[in-house]
Design a protein around this ligand. Structure first.
Ligand code: B12
Length: 274
């Protein structure tokens, strides 16, 4: 038991406390018939769901079937073993962000953003950059001390690098929503490698990537400084920019190379702007 009354070991809940009930959906590459339904239940059992009920099965064209299975999970969750990535910077108001940039950077902070590759899902990056913002917060365009250049959808990496150089970008913001065939991973690593190649060591802009399906804590592996996931608000991003690019006097840049150095021989992204 933890200090509170909550137990450390828990199970999912459906009808009665601790019954372990969960619902999963998946598609199998077989036509919809009795054998397909049996196959779905076999999979459920192998996933540790037993007993399991097939609550929905629907043909998806002639060769595929979509299933929903409701069953009792055998697995337990140990809350003591849960690790989370905590936000490493304080949340600032727009006024505080503007003040910090003005007094510490003494010029506008320049942000260049885009959806790269074939990705045309611009709603996420627009939520962060456009003045209309997201979840009741104004986007970065609202911040007086931030210059935003939003390049939109399907931007090629060389185009992004060129524009970042032309604008003397302090930060480059990339959105990746499509994850089919790990497109978000490939596009992000290609982008970070291109920036390291195009810029002298130590002068690469802050590389910030966002999207709903990035793994938390994978920034270093992808060669970027920070990843923002589902539900990110513009205020969080603005606060992070201050933390990384305009920290308080004497404070080390929080995105020091040891923390964010990409793996496997790629040069690090030291920041010297703050
Ligand atoms: C709207 C939408 C579209 C619109 C996009 C319009 C536009 N201008 O953006 C249209 C109709 C064009 C579209 C097309 C397609 N789509 Co679509 N689309 C969606 C949908 C319904 C919503 C996405 C969205 O707007 N979310 C709202 C925003 C606010 O959330 P967000 O993107 O997560 O952004 C937040 C954070 O992630 C973060 N963030 C995101 N980017 C960044 C960047 C930075 C720098 C930072 C700091 C933060 C940040 O901050 C944001 C605010 O909190 C999703 C399903 C869903 N419900 O999510 C499918 C979905 C993303 N689409 C999908 C697919 C497959 C497609 C198509 C391939 C479909 C097809 N066969 O043609 C095409 C691909 C087009 C292309 N070339 O990219 C799949 C992706 C599956 C996968 N595993 O990759 C999804 C998940 C649907 C599904 N379940 O199958 N789509």
């Amino acid at each position: 038991m933890s200090a509170s009354t909550q137990p450390d070991i828990i199970r999912p809940y459906g009808d009665t406390t601790g019954d372990g009930m969960v619902q999963v959906s998946f598609t199998l590459p077989v036509p919809h018939d009795k054998r397909a339904e049996g196959a779905a239940l076999q999979l459920a059992a192998k996933m540790g769901l037993e007993p399991a009920l097939l609550v929905h099965a629907k043909a998806m064209g002639p060769d595929f079937t979509f299933f929903v299975v409701y069953g009792s999970a055998k697995h337990l969750v140990d809350l003591r073993e849960v690790t989370v990535v905590e936000r490493e910077f304080p949340l600032l108001t727009p006024t505080e962000v503007n003040k910090a940039i003005k007094s510490r950077l003494r010029r506008k902070l320049v942000v260049v953003g885009a959806c790269i590759g074939t990705d045309a899902h611009t709603v996420g990056i627009d939520a962060i950059l456009n003045i209309k913002g997201f979840a009741g917060e104004k986007g970065l365009e609202y911040y007086r001390e931030v210059k935003v250049v939003n390049l939109g959808a399907q931007v090629l990496v060389p185009e992004l690098v060129e524009r970042a150089r032309a604008e003397k970008a302090d930060a480059v913001m990339v959105s990746q929503v499509v994850t089919q065939r790990d497109a978000h991973i490939h596009n992000t690593t290609t982008m970070s490698a291109a920036f390291r190649e195009a810029y002298p060591a130590g002068q690469v802009p802050l590389l910030v990537v966002g999207g709903p399906r990035f793994e938390e804590g994978s920034a270093a592996r992808l060669g970027v400084d920070r990843i923002f996931g589902r539900g990110t608000t513009p205020g969080e991003v603005a606060s992070y920019l201050v933390h990384a690019l305009a920290p308080t006097k004497g404070a080390p840049a929080k995105n020091a190379p040891t923390k964010n150095a990409p793996t496997k021989g790629a040069p690090s992204t030291t920041k010297e702007k703050a």
